[in-house]
Design a protein around this ligand. Sequence first.
Ligand code: PRP
Ligand code: URA
Length: 209
Amino acid sequence: MNGVTVVSHPLVQHKLTQMRKETTSTAGFRKLLREISLLLCYEVTSELPMTNEQISTPLEKMDSPILAGKKMVFASVLRAGNGLLDGMLDLVPSARVAHVGLYRDHETLEAIEYYFKAPESLDERLVIVVDPMLATANSAIMAVDKLKQHGATNLRFVCLLAAPEGVKNFTMAHPDVPIVTAAIDSHLNELGYIVPGLGDAGDRMYGTK
Ligand code: PRP
Ligand code: URA
């Protein structure tokens, strides 16, 4: 998996359209994000290494495929990353979880860190970073910087919406980290919002302003 994957699956695109609508309620937005996260998780985990385990079915023994290696890590970029995290944990319940607390300074658009907690042995695990929005990419770049400082070497980034500027910045900073997204929109506006976008993901998920 290299570069950028845009998940064009009809269910993803249909749900994303519902999320973009300004009339979609907070509850509806959260539900749709959780549903899409299952489909994005399916995509980002499509090339995981496998091994075989010998099992017994009611009829006979067989070698059957299972995931290889240490348990993967989902790294949620707070707050909005949690909207993707829950659905992903439904699909991979044994995954470990890292939390990276960042918010954007609304004037400078720089990411400000306020929390970091990650499982041990990041160097031996696939780390899937989740955040619905990749705008300037300042937050995603800092989140991946922090995870790499703590040992992560095998990372992927999952978002719902990306701006072309964010994809460019992120790919330049972390060319080794593939991006999976449901869409790449037109551009960033002067306030750093993705256009046409869906507004502020955290505010729409949690009913804040
Ligand atoms: C949003 C979003 C990303 C970031 C993207 O978070 O969830 O983390 O902005 O913007 P960037 O690519 O320009 O850094 P925000 O800072 O609004 O915090 P929140 O999740 O707590 O609402
Ligand atoms: N963060 C959001 O939540 N929305 C944007 O459009 C940009 C950054």
